[in-house]
Design a protein around this ligand. Structure first.
Ligand SMILES: [Zn+2]
Length: 305
């Protein structure tokens, strides 16, 4: 087991077999590490990114707990950088998981109040300041990209159904509404497009809204990722959307390979079948558009549209 962390002075530190090393020199792709204790002859060598080898033994014992505590802090910080979840919650989850696997390390782990300044600094450093007005919005760098640095079309079939939906709660300031377009293919609903609207747009409030139930699970997941905060920080929201994309891509790839679907409430499955039936009737011109809308909205329990 080894990991490379950062010292307070931002220098790389190797944690290897309960010892701490600082970088001695780099020759080509070979990294030479020396024991952090200057009076110790302990040395390790690392070829490329492979696991290091001990070259010269130490004249003292290692400190396993100190190394583990450091690895813990790095793991928490990595998650703070990549997850929009609250800092304290991430700390708690990591602490619980550490205690489950290695309870003997717990006494060496700093308490939240002892490292919270450094953790909040990590959080602040990982998100740019939120824009105040729509004109301030200038999304740069990693914030423009999805996980794989591409805008990949998730939809794979011409038989997809498309649903549009708006939500206010998880929409970040200074926007008014988060508007999403989801494709539904074989009962798997996948968001395809996220749009932030600056103000109330009349046309989004037409008969389309009654498809809300299709996207309920998605709303719940997004709100949960955002810790049910109303109008989250703009970049925390973007991070949640990036994570959402990764989650959906993973679910969809599993679905396409095996046909597996996440379980859905029976109510929704039944409704979906009846919705499709209404749509078939509309396509076959046995229902007028007005009748179609009327039946659909009654089906999903919306009185007015
Ligand atoms: Zn040493």
């Amino acid at each position: 087991m080894f990991s490379i962390v950062e010292s307070k002075r931002k220098k790389p530190v190797l944690l290897f077999d309960t010892f701490r090393y600082t970088q001695d020199k780099i020759v080509g792709t070979t990294i030479y590490w020396k024991c952090e204790d200057r009076s110790c002859p302990g040395r390790a060598v690392q070829y490329g990114s492979a696991a290091p080898n001990l070259k010269k033994s130490h004249n003292h014992n290692g400190d396993e707990n100190k190394c583990k505590a450091e690895e813990f802090k790095i793991a928490v910080k990595r998650r703070i950088e990549h997850s929009p979840q609250p800092v304290k919650r991430i700390y708690k989850q990591e602490l619980t998981s550490l205690y489950t696997t290695s309870p003997q390390i717990a006494p060496s782990i700093p308490m939240f109040h002892e490292i919270k300044n450094s953790l909040y600094k990590t959080r602040n450093d990982s998100y740019p300041p939120a824009p105040h007005t729509v004109d301030d919005v200038k999304i740069e760098g990693i914030w423009r990209k999805t996980l794989h640095d591409s805008v990949k079309q998730l939809s794979t079939s011409f038989n997809d159904h498309w649903f549009m939906d708006g939500t206010f709660k998880s929409c970040p300031h200074p926007f008014y509404q988060l508007y999403t377009i989801h494709s539904v293919n074989n009962d798997l609903s996948t968001p395809e497009l996220y749009t932030l609207l600056p103000d109330k747009n009349g046309s989004t409030y037409t008969h389309i809204q009654f498809y809300d139930y299709v996207t309920k699970g998605w709303h719940f997941r997004l709100n949960n990722d955002l810790n049910h905060i109303n109008h989250p920080h703009f970049y925390v929201f973007i991070r949640a959307i990036q994570n959402d994309y990764a989650h959906n891509a993973a679910t969809l790839s599993r679905h396409l390979a095996t046909g597996t679907l996440p379980p859905r409430k029976k109510l929704y499955v039944n409704r979906n079948a009846r919705l499709l039936n209404l749509e078939d009737r509309y396509q076959a011109h046995t229902l007028t558009l007005e009748e179609y809308f009327d039946k659909v909205s009654r089906l999903v329990g919306v009185k007015k549209f």
